[in-house]
Design a protein around this ligand. Structure first.
Ligand SMILES: Nc1ncnc2c1ncn2[C@@H]1O[C@H](COP(=O)(O)OP(=O)(O)OP(=O)(O)O)[C@@H](O)[C@H]1O
Ligand SMILES: [Mg+2]
Length: 247
């Protein structure tokens, strides 16, 4: 469904992503696993048109993506919940959720319908009740994260990219977000799931790509993976230290 080939991005001296090549299958949860600074969010931003690659290509459904702007990715069916929680703090929860759709047609929809629509999106994965009329900035961080996810989901994307969005969630919301991810994958979507939590990786993934210092060191199925082998790929020194400690 989606492929990146030789995708590279540097920031000055820092090589954030070096010749990354990965194939992503429709109908899967594809996890990107890597330590802090390994290039995960850089990949996310390249697949959202937020930053432009220095080299490499992105192919979606057999076609090279040439217009690599946020609007072009959105039109193609991509939506991203970014790691940094980006909300308009003074606007209502409803406004924040429908922000991505505003300007198309939805402003013409009456206020109560906007509210119903936002509520319907949230109900697909959120368990914690959220006041739709509250300024989004007044919510706890976990609720803000749900709002950001709802904004991405509101577009009904075919490729949904989630960059460490489960970090601040409580147990019930986390479980229902995971169930939602599985449900969307079963419906044929591609879910790109960025995390560094091994329990989440093993519970949710179909495919796993491991990033280390900007390099894709492996892409493999979850069934062919074990936590210790993934740790070796992700952080070899840490894995060796752990083994030395535990015999
Ligand atoms: N805008 C930027 N300017 C300069 N360096 C950057 C920028 N964005 C990322 N980097 C650097 O690129 C490398 C990869 O960063 P990236 O954010 O992609 O990592 P990550 O795997 O998402 O890390 P984390 O787990 O902490 O979110 C890091 O060394 C980071 O410091
Ligand atoms: Mg990141």
């Amino acid at each position: 469904m989606l492929a990146i080939t030789g995708l590279s991005k540097r920031y000055g001296e820092t090589v954030a992503l070096d010749q990354a090549t990965i194939s992503f299958r429709a109908g899967t949860v594809h996890t990107i696993l890597g330590e802090n600074g390994s290039g995960k969010s850089t990949l996310v931003k390249l697949l959202s048109g937020i930053v432009l690659p220095d080299a490499g290509t992105i192919t979606f459904e057999g076609q090279t993506v040439t217009a690599r702007t946020p609007a072009a990715f959105q039109t193609a069916g991509f939506a991203t919940a970014f790691q940094e929680v980006l909300i308009a703090p003074d606007r209502s929860v409803t406004d924040n959720i429908l922000l991505g759709l505003d300007g198309l047609f939805i402003r013409r929809i009456p206020r109560h319908e906007r509210r119903d629509r936002a509520a319907a999106v949230l109900s697909r994965f959120a368990r914690t009740p959220i006041d739709l009329d509250a300024p989004a900035g007044s919510l706890p961080l976990a609720a803000q994260q749900l709002v950001v996810l709802a904004r991405a989901v509101a577009r009904d994307p075919r490729v949904l990219i989630l960059d460490e969005i489960t970090a601040a969630l409580d147990f019930a919301d986390r479980e229902s977000v995971f169930a939602f991810m599985r449900e969307r994958a079963a419906a044929g979507c591609l879910i790109l799931f960025i995390t560094h939590r091994m329990d989440e990786v093993m519970a949710l993934s179909d495919d796993i790509s491991v990033l280390r210092s900007g390099h894709v060191v492996a892409t493999q199925t979850r069934d062919a993976s074990t936590p210790s082998q993934l740790l070796h790929l992700m952080a070899p020194q840490k894995a060796q230290q752990l083994e030395a400690q535990h015999g």
